[in-house]
Design a protein around this ligand. Structure first.
Ligand SMILES: Nc1ncnc2c1ncn2[C@@H]1O[C@H](COP(=O)(O)OP(=O)(O)O)[C@@H](O)[C@H]1O
Ligand SMILES: [Mg+2]
Length: 345
C-alpha cells in the first residue's frame, strides 16, 4: 500500500451560531435530526477520520445531504472545519496561512464540479488555461500546454468554441481539462457526472479511468451513485448523517455491508461481477499438497462458476506474486451464490 496522501482526523463541521459548543456537548448517540430540532445546528460532518493513499481513487458515497460536499470543501478550506485535523503531504491544512492555502489550491489540488463551473465568456482553450494563468504561467506557454490537455480529454477542434456551444459531456471534459492543466497532485471531484445522461456518464467514467491509468493522481471522487463508486473507486467511504459508516474496497462493501443503510445500496448490485476469488476462497495452509488448475485472486465469481461447475477438484487461487493463497471449489462457489440469494430476498 502507498503512503497516506490525505488524512482526516476527527473532522467536524457544524453550521449554526455556537458550533464548538455543539461538538463539546453532543452525545455520540444523538441523531443529527434531534440536534437540529433541539439546538438549530446542522451537523454536516461528524467526527470523520480516514486516510486517502497516494495514487488511489477514493470515492465518497452517500445520499444527498449526508455531508459529502462539505467534507471535500473542508479539504481545500472552501469551508472552514469546526474541529479536527486534515493532513495533506504531512501538513495540517487547518493551520495553514492564507499564503500556504493559496499555494495549495493553485499547485497541489484541483476541483471538478457538478455544474462544470466554466467561464461562459471564455473560449474552451482559455477555460483550460485558467489555472495556469492564475499560477502566473506566461501566455504562450500556458496555451501550448492547454492544447496538449485538450487533446488528452478528446476535445480536438473545440478550442475556439464557447462552453454553451458544447454538450454537457463535452463541457465536463473542459472542466476536467482545466483541473488537469495545472498537473495537480490531488484531484477533487464533486459529483462531476451527476448532471449527465446515463450513456454520456458512462463514457465519462471510462474516460476518467483511462486518464487515471496514465496520470496516477490521488483522487477524491464524490458521488451519490453506488454503481459509479464501485466502478471508479479503489476504495469507498460511505457517509450517512455526516459520519463515515463504512470504508472498504468495492468488494468488501458488497460482500459485507455493515448495516441496513449500506445493505440497501448493495442490494441491486450484480454480485457475480463484484465478488472475486478473494471473498469466495478458503485460505490454504498446506500449499505443498496442492496441484491443479489456478486462477488469479481477482477472478470474478461470474468466471469461477464455469471453472468449477464440471469438477469436484479445488482450483488454486494465486496472489500477484504467484503464491498459492487459497482454493475454491464448486461447493464454495455455490455457497457464495446461495448467500447472495439469501441477502437479495
Ligand atoms: N452553509 C450551510 N449552512 C447550513 N447548513 C448547511 C450549509 N451547507 C450545507 N449544509 C447542510 O449540511 C448537510 C450536508 O450537506 P452537503 O455536504 O451539501 O451534503 P451532500 O453533498 O452529501 O449532499 C445538509 O444537511 C445541508 O443542508
Ligand atoms: Mg453535494
Amino acid at each position: 500500500m502507498n503512503k497516506p496522501k490525505i488524512s482526516f482526523r476527527n473532522v467536524w463541521k457544524v453550521f449554526g451560531p455556537t458550533p464548538e459548543h455543539i461538538i463539546e456537548t453532543v452525545k455520540p448517540e444523538t441523531a443529527v435530526s434531534d440536534i437540529l430540532a433541539k439546538t438549530g445546528h446542522v451537523v454536516a460532518v461528524r467526527d470523520v477520520s480516514f486516510d486517502v493513499y497516494e495514487g488511489e481513487v477514493f470515492c465518497v458515497m452517500g445520499l444527498s445531504g449526508s455531508g459529502k460536499s462539505t467534507l471535500v470543501r473542508c479539504l481545500s478550506r472552501l469551508i472552514e472545519p469546526t474541529a479536527g485535523k486534515i493532513i495533506v503531504n504531512g501538513d495540517n491544512v487547518v493551520e495553514m496561512s492564507e499564503e500556504e492555502l493559496r499555494d495549495l489550491r493553485r499547485h497541489k489540488m484541483s476541483m471538478v464540479f457538478q455544474r462544470f463551473g466554466l467561464f461562459s465568456h471564455r473560449r474552451v482553450i482559455e477555460n483550460i488555461a485558467y489555472g495556469l494563468e492564475i499560477q502566473g504561467v506566461e501566455r504562450e506557454e500556458r496555451i501550448k500546454h492547454s492544447y496538449e490537455i485538450l487533446e488528452k480529454v478528446g476535445l480536438h477542434g473545440w478550442d475556439q468554441h464557447y462552453p454553451h456551444e458544447l454538450s454537457g459531456g463535452m463541457q465536463q471534459r473542459v472542466g476536467l481539462a482545466r483541473a488537469l492543466a495545472v498537473d495537480p497532485e490531488i484531484l477533487l471531484c464533486d459529483e462531476p457526472f451527476s448532471a449527465l445522461d446515463p450513456l454520456i456518464r458512462r463514457d465519462m467514467q471510462n474516460e476518467l479511468l483511462r486518464l487515471q491509468r496514465d496520470l496516477q493522481k490521488t483522487m477524491v471522487f464524490i458521488t451519490h451513485d453506488f454503481l459509479e463508486a464501485l466502478k471508479l473507486g479503489d476504495r469507498i467511504a460511505i457517509m450517512k448523517d455526516g459520519e463515515v459508516v463504512q470504508i472498504g474496497t468495492p468488494e468488501d462493501i458488497v460482500a459485507n455491508p455493515i448495516n441496513d443503510y449500506v445493505h440497501e445500496f448493495t442490494k441491486d448490485v450484480p454480485r457475480v461481477k463484484v465478488l472475486t476469488a478473494r471473498t469466495v476462497m478458503k485460505p490454504v495452509t498446506h500449499k505443498e499438497e496442492l496441484i491443479g488448475r489456478a486462477v488469479a485472486i481477482d477472478t470474478t465469481l461470474e468466471k469461477l462458476i464455469p471453472l468449477t461447475a464440471d469438477t469436484d477438484d479445488a482450483i488454486l487461487v494465486m496472489d500477484g506474486e504467484d503464491n498459492v493463497i487459497g482454493e475454491v471449489n464448486r461447493k464454495r462457489v455455490m455457497m457464495a451464490l446461495a448467500t447472495i440469494q439469501k441477502k437479495e430476498v
